[in-house]
Design a protein around this ligand. Structure first.
Ligand code: CO8
Length: 258
C-alpha cells in the first residue's frame, strides 16, 4: 500500500514504519495519523510481520501534533470529532511488539507516540519534551499519564510545567528509554532488537506484552495473578515444551507459534 506521509518496509519479519513529513519535522497531522493507523493495522494483520519499528528522520522522530492544522479548531470540533481518538486506539490495538527508534525531536504528540510503543531506543541526539504548556494546552494523547508512569511525578511535572527538553542521556537515566546508541547506529540497533524478538515464539511475546502493559493498569496483586495465569497457560503450548527441551538438549529452540 502506498502512503503519502510514511514509508513502510517489511524485511526479516520486521515492519519498519518511517514517519515522512520532513517539511514539518514529522508533525502529526490527520493525514499522517490516519495513515499510521492503517500501517499499524496492516502490520498486525500481516503474518510475515513479527515485530514493528516506528521511526522518523535523523532530525525529528516527530515534533508534535501539527500546530498549523490544529490552531483554528474549536472545542466543539475537537471534542465532537474526537480529535486523534480513533488513531490512538488503532495504535493501542496492535498486539505485536513495537519499538520506537527515536532520533532528534520527540516533542508533544511525538513524545507521546514514542511512549505508546513498547520500548524506546534513543539516538544520542534525541530530545524529548512535552512543550504543550507553551501553546496554552495540555498534552492530549497520554503525556501526563505515560510520562509520569515512566519517569515519576517530579520529572514529569518539571517537563510538563516548564516545557523544557530532556536529552537522551537524561531520558535513559530517568527510565523513559531502554537504551541510548550513537545516532548513526540507531536503525541497526533497533533492527537487531526487532530481529531478535521476531525469532521468539509469537505466543510468548504476545503474552509478555499483555502482562507488562497490565502492570500499568492494575494493582500489584491483580497484576501478579494475571502474570501467574499467563505463565501457567503457556504450558499448554508446544513452544513451551520446545523451549525447555532445547535448553536441556543444549540446542537452539525452533519455535512454531503453537
Ligand atoms: N506543527 C507544525 N509544524 C511544525 C511543528 C509542529 N508541531 N514543529 C515544527 N514544524 C515546522 C515549522 O513550522 C517549520 O516549518 P516552516 O519551515 O514552514 O516554517 C519546520 O517544521 C521546521 O521547524 P523550525 O524551523 O521551527 O525548526 P527548528 O530546528 O528551528 O526548531 C523545534 C525545531 C524546536 C522542534 C521547533 O520546530 C518547535 O518548537 N516545534 C514545535 C514543538 C511543539 O510545540 N510540539 C507540541 C505540539 S502540540 C502537541 O503535540 C499536542 C499533542 C496532543 C494532541 C492531542 C489531541 C487530542
Amino acid at each position: 500500500m502506498g502512503y503519502e506521509t510514511l514509508n513502510v518496509d517489511v524485511s526479516n519479519h520486521v515492519a519498519t514504519i518511517r514517519l515522512d513529513r520532513p517539511e514539518a519535522l514529522n508533525a502529526l497531522n490527520s493525514k499522517l495519523l490516519g495513515e499510521l493507523a492503517k500501517a499499524m493495522k496492516s502490520s498486525q494483520e500481516n503474518e510475515k510481520v513479527r515485530c514493528i519499528i516506528l521511526t522518523g528522520s535523523e532530525k525529528a522522530f516527530a515534533a508534535g501534533a501539527d500546530i498549523r492544522e490544529m490552531h483554528e479548531k474549536s472545542f466543539v470540533e475537537v471534542f465532537m470529532g474526537d480529535l486523534f481518538g480513533p488513531e490512538v486506539e488503532a495504535m493501542l490495538r496492535v498486539r505485536k511488539p513495537i519499538i520506537a527508534a527515536v532520533s532528534g525531536y520527540a516533542l508533544g504528540g511525538g513524545c507521546e507516540l514514542a511512549m505508546m510503543c513498547d520500548f524506546i531506543i534513543a539516538a544520542d541526539n534525541a530530545k524529548f519534551g512535552q512543550p504543550e504548556v507553551n501553546l496554552g494546552v495540555v498534552a492530549g494523547i497520554g503525556g501526563t499519564q505515560r510520562l509520569t508512569r515512566a519517569v515519576g511525578k517530579a520529572k514529569s511535572m518539571d517537563m510538563h510545567l516548564t516545557g523544557r527538553f530532556m536529552d537522551a542521556e537524561e531520558a535513559e537515566r530517568a527510565g523513559l528509554v531502554s537504551r541510548v546508541v550513537p545516532a548513526k547506529k540507531l536503525m541497526d540497533e533497533a533492527m537487531a532488537a526487532a530481529t531478535r524478538i521476531a525469532e521468539k515464539s509469537m505466543i510468548t511475546v504476545t503474552a509478555i506484552k499483555e502482562a507488562v502493559n497490565r502492570s500499568q493498569e492494575v494493582g500489584l496483586s491483580e497484576g501478579l495473578l494475571f502474570e501467574k495465569r499467563l505463565f501457567h497457560a503457556l504450558f499448554a503450548t508446544e513452544d513451551q515444551s520446545e523451549g525447555m527441551a532445547a535448553f536441556i538438549e543444549k540446542r537452539e529452540p525452533q519455535f512454531r507459534d503453537r
